[in-house]
Ligand binder design. Structure first.
Ligand code: ADP
Ligand code: ASP
Ligand code: MG
Length: 453
């Protein structure tokens, strides 16, 4: 059971979550928590203030986090915070302060220091929550995820060592689980073999949950959040988005990769490999609607959902001499591989190739490398809008409805995913939200058996 930041934002939320854990006790839940509310953002803000050398701002930000956590703990325990929890919180705040002072002294924030600081969000939320479950008479053990979630040393985006995690989870977590017993641990964070703290990247708690589940051969991964499952579009952009009862693993993976924040893009992979169903549920409406993601492909709807991601950058690489020659694409992609830049969409024409990359890639360096054998055009402030559905490829007339809905919006690039369940377009970022709303009306709300079917 993974609970996101909004699900554990304050004492009232934690009480709600403790009820859900109590109900799940017969099934030996492993409870994976995010940091409370926006704590991770707060820690990042404090760390960057320290890096600027602005220690007062960094400590001011820390003070707010301390107050929030203390207030939640006092609320939760009716002003009688157990001594060991109180001491644990004091120690953790002291360590964060030390780290911030160190960063401010050096004016240097390495990804490694950033991970060390960010990891405290999950440390604090899980310590408070585990103590609360225990105070409620539940058999719950707190396990430091860093003993189990082994990653490589890529700070800010640690790559999990699946074999090691399996062994450690079996040795450390499994013996603490059993009917009537729960384990509470941190999402998002891990450690290298040498014990250095790492993180799995922003939003990584979903990924943690799936990795733990695969390692322990769990019967289900439950992602508890603030929406009734995966919806047909981001409800903050498309207010009429509809819940989706069932999704295939591939549909969920495409949606996550193209921007549906409700799932971390890497979440699905461990679950797919271990054939574990993933459900996405609303913490405040546990008996409401939810989404089940499994390997089964349900037919019946042509377009399942929409997702979008921006800003992204489009590069158009042209070479009249070389494109038709063999080996051009190999040479092109070698550059991206060497600079460790991942490419999302690709479309080729006779003398040019267009591709999309994240907005924050080292563009100057990339252009310098590519310019030695091609001409490069750059278009920034673009967005990808993805239309996802297992039956896309069988749906006649989809293209005309898509183009019709976006008649006055210039579509700069089109790409049909190789698995044929994802049709993506690139447009100017300023049109992203409008395009999503129009496509939702035209492709999902229209009565073709769309979305919620
Ligand atoms: P958590 O803190 O629980 O991990 P997130 O904020 O990471 O929650 O993800 C949940 C949010 O994802 C929702 O509040 C919603 O705004 C957003 N979201 C984006 N796309 C979708 C979608 N297709 N379905 C549901 N939610 C979505
Ligand atoms: N707390 C981390 C973040 O905000 C991880 C997560 O919530 O999934 O990115
Ligand atoms: Mg999330």
């Amino acid at each position: 059971m993974k609970f996101g930041g909004s699900s554990v934002a304050d004492a009232a939320c934690m009480r709600q979550v403790s009820g859900l854990v109590r109900d799940a006790l017969p099934n030996s839940p492993l409870v994976v928590l995010s940091a409370m509310g926006k704590t991770t953002n707060g820690l990042f803000t404090a760390a960057t203030a320290a890096e600027r050398g602005d220690l007062p701002a960094a400590l001011g930000q820390l003070k707010e986090l301390i107050q929030d956590h203390r207030r939640s703990a006092e609320d939760l325990f009716d002003d009688a915070v157990p001594d060991d929890l109180d001491q644990g919180l004091t120690d953790a705040f002291g360590q964060i302060e030390l780290l911030l002072r160190g960063v401010a002294l050096l004016r240097e924030l390495s990804p490694r220091s950033q991970d060390a600081i960010a990891s405290f969000g999950e440390h604090l939320s899980t310590r408070i929550f585990a103590a609360f479950l225990q105070s409620q008479g539940m058999d719950a053990t707190w396990v430091d995820a860093r003993r189990v979630m082994r990653t490589d040393g890529t700070f800010g985006g640690g790559q999990p060592d699946i074999e090691a995690i399996r062994g450690l989870a079996k040795a450390i977590i499994a013996p603490l689980l059993g009917p009537g017993r729960a384990v509470v641990t941190q999402g998002y964070i891990g450690a290298t073999e040498d014990g250095l703290t790492t993180t799995l990247g922003r939003g990584g708690s979903d990924y943690s949950a799936a990795l733990f589940a695969a390692a322990l051969q769990a019967s289900e991964v439950q992602i508890w959040t603030d929406v009734e499952g995966v919806l047909t579009a981001d409800p903050r952009i498309v207010p009429g988005a509809l819940p989706i009862p069932c999704l295939s693993f591939s549909e969920a993976a495409e949606l996550a990769a193209f921007g549906a924040k409700v799932l971390h893009p890497a979440t699905i992979q461990p679950a797919v490999e271990a054939r574990i169903p993933v459900t996405v549920r609303h913490t405040q409406k546990p008996r409401g609607r939810f989404t089940t993601i499994t390997g089964e492909v349900r037919t019946g709807r042509s377009v399942t959902a929409l997702a979008s991601r921006g800003p992204i950058t489009v590069l158009t690489v042209s070479s009249s001499r070389m494109l038709a020659q063999s080996g051009f694409l190999a040479r092109l992609f070698e550059v991206f591989g060497r600079l460790n830049i991942s490419v999302d969409l690709v479309a080729t024409a006779e003398i040019s190739v267009s591709l999309t990359v994240e907005a924050d890639v080292p563009l100057k360096l990339l252009i310098k490398e590519l310019s030695s054998f091609a001409t490069i055009q750059v278009a920034e402030e673009r967005a990808i809008v993805a239309v996802v559905g297992e039956r896309l490829k069988y749906t006649a007339g989809l293209g005309s409805r898509l183009f019709g809905a976006l008649a006055d919006i210039n579509i700069e690039m089109i790409s049909m995913g190789a698995n044929e369940i994802n049709l993506s377009i690139v447009i100017k970022r300023e049109h992203e939200h409008e395009a999503l709303r129009r496509l939702h009306t035209a492709l999902i709300e229209s009565n073709d058996g769309g979305g919620a079917a």
